[in-house]
Design a protein around this ligand. Sequence first.
Ligand SMILES: [Zn+2]
Length: 252
Amino acid sequence: MLFQVPPPTRFDLNFSVAGIPVRVHPLFWLIAILFGSASNSIIGVLTWVIAIFVSILIHELGHAFAMRRFGQGSYIVLHFAGGLTVPESVSWGGGYANVGISANQQIFISLAGPFSGFLFAAFVLAVSAGLGGTIVPNFVFGFIPFPLVSLPIGGDVLNSFVISLLWVNIFWGFINLMPVHPLDGGNVSRYVLIQYDPWNGVRTSLWISVITGGLVALAGLIFLRSMYMAILFGLLAFQSFQALQGGVGRGY
Ligand SMILES: [Zn+2]
């Protein structure tokens, strides 16, 4: 499975943010370095790694704080395929049970990740404007906003750092909202559909996941020449297809 929590290693980095435990698996850094390796300098790679780390942490904290709002404790794991916010089981009279969370609360929790990234991107833009930077509106694929920022200070390092932050928080946020299981958008589509169709909602959301996953894999390969996107979304589409074959979700 692609999104299982990897077991702890002795190279894990452990800390906590506002009482939420965070564990960073060593493969997280490796993948972040691979993403940054397109830049030609050590500093360029380092800027990417920091931008990815900060952005994914903010995304997961969005989920974690939303869960806390509904009385659900959680912990965060950053691993090779991004991050995960795992609901903590609460002690319940000797046994364990999760806090009951309604479909609408699940939708709120799923959206809180990408939207905390969008808010952070807005903050980065505001700081850039405050520093006297120029911001030119721009769109990727004609609909994903990706403003071009250039700062009069900080040289290439600060400029590429700001662009990396905007790219990860905005572009990856949109990608994460695609209705592909188990991404955030896939959870949203699942919980929306089961409210309208308790019998077949999960199956419908899995079919949407197969089709969208396949299309995003192709688009990533053709337009972004991103093998990572093609493989990741190809696998996710295949996983949803397998879930359908196994009859998962029938009559949920
Ligand atoms: Zn998320």
